[in-house]
Design a protein. Structure first.
Length: 415
């Protein structure tokens, strides 16, 4: 797959020595660009995920474990003091030359700020990050950092560490997911909270009475997903196959996999079941989020007819948890798929669908509606079950952040 012009310019910047922030709308190829960079130019760079589930999916380490943050108990000062007494951590940071932070938008600013100070102390340097080269990747207009305090969102760009890091920002703006440019244009307006009557008219037009036979439903709540999938599977007359996931390694790592791996403890499927692939295929036959029907179930192989008409055979895959030093501590093996009748909006981030039924009412996170809609390639694949203007939340600080470096100023009308 060839790089787009803006990806090529970003790749040139990535090969410099400066700290870089790669951002851009959903579907512009941020993940593909970083994979290309890691594979060809920076094989020794350390890839860090913002969440445990993301770390399992990419086979990387979490940002928190790499910097010894724990749960930041006692705040920044106590966390720094504890971390810098850890000889193993100090050695790891002194030997690190470059880190890539994936989905930086989901990292609280306090975590980024604390890690940066730990790096400076560990490396006995006043340079940003103690001289470690930092590449941050993400879109602050998508899902925000987890916040249980009820206070303002702790966006990373709102902390002094963001300015101290001296990031050179590069925004990808060439769509590679979308085949519908009008849809892409409207998504960009929704992304930064710029609505008009055309947006409302478009959303209303997708409240269609008829649905395809099998299509993924995106719900805000996990319980809704579990019930919908269970009900749909139960209606199939074929016998059920229960395929247990095989775990190995340290008990604590196994427990982490049971919570965060993209495969269930027991995969329950039937021939004819509608399923979703949970990883990208190295040979580009499918992507994370590709859907299809199970046509044959064998002990070590599944035959799946994809929605696009292609028939593929998939083998079992391994997902692992690695420690702060990059050593595998636990592993789970099973077929990399799940039932595709429904999934949560949060879990859909990073996936691509050809079609979906969306429930966009009662959403509570900024960027949540945008994440759901931007999973699709075109407007034709969108079927809205319900939606409300109040679900289209955008944090004004995010809008201001992007407008400032993009040089964009525009009114913010509401629906």
């Amino acid at each position: 797959m060839e790089l787009t012009p803006c990806q090529s310019r970003a790749l040139e910047l990535l090969q410099s020595s400066t700290n870089v922030f790669i951002t851009g709308e959903a579907g512009t190829g941020k993940s593909f660009l970083i994979q290309r960079y890691l594979l060809r130019y920076a094989p020794k760079a350390t890839l860090l995920a913002s969440t445990g589930a993301a770390a399992v999916l990419i086979g990387g380490r979490t940002f928190h474990s790499f910097f010894g943050l724990g749960i930041l108990e006692g705040g920044k000062t106590k966390t720094v003091a504890k971390a810098t007494k850890n000889g193993k951590l100090l050695k790891r940071l002194r030997e690190t030359h470059e880190i890539i932070i994936d989905e930086v938008s989901m990292l609280p600013g306090l975590a980024l700020d604390t890690a940066e100070e730990i790096a400076r102390v560990a490396r006995e340097s006043d340079e940003p990050w103690g001289g470690i080269r930092v590449v941050a990747v993400g879109d602050f207009a998508q899902l925000p950092p987890v916040d249980r305090s009820g206070g303002p969102r702790d966006w990373a760009f709102g902390h002094s560490v963001w300015q101290r890091s001296e990031f050179v920002t590069h925004c990808l703006n060439t769509p590679v997911r979308f085949i519908d440019h009008e849809f892409y244009s409207i998504l960009n307006a929704i992304r930064l909270g710029r609505y008009n009557s055309k947006t409302k008219q478009l959303l209303d037009s997708r409240m269609l009475p008829e649905r395809p036979g099998d299509v993924t439903h995106l719900y805000p709540w996990r319980k809704m997903v579990q019930k919908f999938n269970s009900d749909k599977l139960g209606k199939l007359s074929e016998p059920i196959h229960k395929i247990p996931s095989v775990y190995s390694g340290q008990a604590r790592g196994v427990e982490t996999l049971k919570r965060q791996a993209p495969v269930p403890e027991v995969l329950e499927i039937k021939e004819g079941a509608y399923v979703m692939l949970q990883q990208n295929d190295p040979r580009n036959r499918w992507v994370n989020g590709s859907c299809g029907w199970v046509r044959n179930i064998a002990k070590e192989k599944l035959t799946i007819e994809l929605v696009n008409g292609k028939t593929i055979k998939i083998m079992k895959a391994a997902f692992s948890v690695v420690d702060a030093d990059g050593h595998i501590v636990a592993e789970v093996v099973n077929f990399p798929l799940q039932l595709a009748y429904a999934t949560t909006i949060h879990k859909s981030q990073g996936q691509t669908f050809d079609r979906a039924v969306m429930h966009l009412k009662g959403l509570w996170e900024p960027g949540q509606a945008y994440v759901a809609l931007s999973r699709l390639r075109s407007l034709e694949g969108l079927y809205l079950e319900e939606w409300s203007p109040s679900s289209f939340r955008v944090d004004p600080r995010v809008s201001s952040f992007y407008e400032e470096f993009q040089g964009v100023t525009s009114p913010q009308p509401t629906l």
